[in-house]
Design a protein around this ligand. Structure first.
Ligand SMILES: [Zn+2]
Length: 162
């Protein structure tokens, strides 16, 4: 179930995704939120330097491992504009984080990329539930997915112009 507070956090993720795009990065943004609903950390995608492991969800998993107890991690929620990729889902599980809420799914992203004639990435577009045992996951959120698609279309248009 997606609450009003969940929606607020997801909208912040989309703002961060827009910031990533403005910096020439892929439009993905994420938040780490504690059990009380406080935002502990936020990040966006940083792959434009050539390191394609610089995903926000991976950064937040590392931040959580360094700053939170195992109990705090288990009760924390990661909000993200686009569903975790397999690398980030694995990192999330390895550090013992809790719920994931995403606005658009990996399947939606794969479909958008296909529509835009973008070649497939080296990593399969698997769902979080295919990577993490007993995952607590909510998403996608249809009313937000269109806003994210616009950002991905804009990135491809920039790439095609350059
Ligand atoms: Zn990732």
């Amino acid at each position: 179930m997606i609450s009003e507070l969940d929606l607020e956090h997801l909208k912040r993720c989309i703002d961060l995704a827009r910031t990533a795009l403005e910096h020439g990065d892929e439009p993905f943004g994420s938040l780490l939120v504690d059990q009380q609903g406080n935002v502990l950390a936020e990040d966006y995608n940083h792959v434009s330097g050539g390191d394609h492991t610089q995903h926000p969800e991976f950064a937040l998993a590392r931040w959580a491992a360094n700053h939170l107890t195992p109990e705090e991690r288990a009760k924390a929620t990661v909000y993200t504009s686009g569903e975790h990729c397999p690398m980030c889902a694995a990192a999330h599980a390895w550090v013992g984080l809790g719920r994931i809420v995403y606005a658009s799914s990996s399947a939606q992203l794969a479909q958008w990329m296909e529509e835009l004639n973008v070649p497939p990435t080296p990593v399969y577009n698997l769902s979080i539930q295919e990577i993490i045992r007993n995952a607590t996951v909510d998403g996608p959120v249809p009313e937000l997915a269109d806003q994210i698609k616009v950002l991905h279309v804009e990135l491809q248009q920039r790439i095609n112009r350059s």
